[in-house]
Design a protein around this ligand. Sequence first.
Ligand SMILES: [Zn+2]
Length: 707
Amino acid sequence: MFAAVLSLPMLFSSQLIRIYAAIIGALVLGYSGAELWHVIEFRGFPDSATFFSLFVTNTNESWALLDNLFGFEDFLIVVGFWLLMVIMHQLLRRIKIPKSMGVYWSLMLIGVAGFSTLSYQNRLAPANFKTCSIVGGFNAYFSFLQEQDRFVGLLEKPVQFSGFIQKYNHENETHVIVIGESTSRHHMSLYAYSRITNPKLSANRNIISFSQVSSPHAHTFPALEKVLSFKSLDSNNYDLQDGTLLDLFNQAGYHTTWLSNQALSGKFETPVSVLASKADQKVFSNTMSGSEPYDEILLQAFKDATIKKGNKVIFVHLMGTHMSYVDRYPEKFNHFKTIHNTSHLTRAQQKYINTYDNAVRYNDHLIASLIDSLNAVQGVCSLLYFSDHGDEVFDYRNFHGHSDVIQSKYMVDIPFLLWTNEQYKLKNAGILKRAENNINSKYNTADFIHTASDLYDVHCDLTDPEKSLISHATINTPSCNNLTPCFTANDIHFESKLLCHRVNGIERLMEVKDDFAGFEIDLVFDSTTKTFDVNHPPAESVGLSLERLLASIENPEDYYYWFDLKNLDSLNQNDAALRMQNIVLKYNLPDKVVVESPKIDALKSFIELQFRTAFYLPDLQNYSEVDMRKAIDSLIPLINTVRPSALSQQFDAYSLLTQQFPNCDLLTWDLRFDLENADDSQFINQLVNQQDRLKLFLVRKESDSYR
Ligand SMILES: [Zn+2]
């Protein structure tokens, strides 16, 4: 069909072809710019979840999302990309068609090469024709529209469950279900976070907190859809049409209220509000006005809702700790402000973490305020709080936000806690006992409706006590991080930790030798001539050997060297190591050289000859957490067997590596830093002084022949 659309203009006059081409051109150009940004930011192509988070969450939230993720750098890249495309278009126009086949072919090859490099470096999630580029965009958009239709259908049909039953009598009970937003338990002191972000909830003796609850997704709607319905992780047997938690409550005759600080958006109703539409009463505080009220705006409506007589369930859907974090709390909650110069995190990253922690602390205050209001309510009362999903805030890599494409535990590990009043305790001692037994049970909120069924005594043929968090006594399984210890030889102790990045030429060496104690040099070993060629492929060799480079300075023995061996493998490792030993002896460089390679096995020959070595790790920081775990599990035995001196990877991976390889020395580089800049220079110097495991740091130094 797509091909038919593309070939359609053949039927038109040349005037129409131009218009058609212009429209298609603008569409492709606009979309591919947006897609480029998505690939940079999320390391994958847009899917229907992207459209959901853009069109569906709500307008303000979408803007906040774009505003937060679309930095000035991204802007320059996208605009640069568009300019490049326009220039290429102009150039192509001047080429006569018969001559242009070669040009088309080379452009295509350049394109293929570009994407191959990206996929080789693992910057991209797996992609195919259907999921990539504008085809995938259309597909994703259409599946998003289909889903939308499904929701509207859902709105019209109230569901009556077969086998509905309540086991006890209920009179004048008030139950509150608070759904948080983007709040990770890894930033809550209630869950052992080092900063006091939960002063109020921690002090409340009537709260049971569950320590191992995760959300099914890192996006609001896909997560809540499963949380509030029988749709689950393992099977797709049930859908929203089969009924939701609201239907269950309605069938029980509970009065239901939905209070939300997440807006209805104008044109499309948000799916979450479709779920909410079955409530007897709905209050959406966050309108299209453009201003984003703090969550406390719900407090008055909440009090009003608790006054109602009879059994009732009040849902409170918060804005929580969603981006922009700084917009989530009033000035007096600006509590965490400290920036540590000793941290390996940049100032900007630390600022972000501060605003997130402040938002978490405000969230603590807000939930405590809801509980305060309930203290004034007569009868059995409970309040359950959990977050739709978490958020990653530079917790182990250079990333903040949430995305299923690069999901990590920080995006799905959520708080889950239950507060109850004295009347509740008198009436439901059994439930509380079972809850206490299960505080350390692993649980996914995809099964939440079964827990709710237990907790609120609303059962039907679909509810399954086996899937309830509080239903049966389980053996407590506290989480333990069973990391196999991993060790490197840790024998790099150079007098200076700062070396100059990419010194691949004689001129370059002359330009930087007075400013640095050592250099990083890229080498390709030629097995036939047994020489090291100074070169960083795919750049063309300039025919400069390592020996000639070393011979060009008077006193090579006064410097340190980081040799990045580009083509070391099992076939050439012996020859390369022997040759390197020759060179080191000739120039009197023992103890001054580190040999780096991504092929850890091939470093063995160098280690046997007493060389210091660095294993260039894969870019784990760009893996999803599950893939990262798998990769690390397979790397650890290799590292423990080969025992290189240290591990190396760029600075983006630094916090991840310190967490995952706590006993290993690390070498790193970050080309964003410029030693000429006072702030950068101060940051790097403090960093290398304070981080004991960090042994070498490569910095950028601009010079005329930097290539
Ligand atoms: Zn969310």
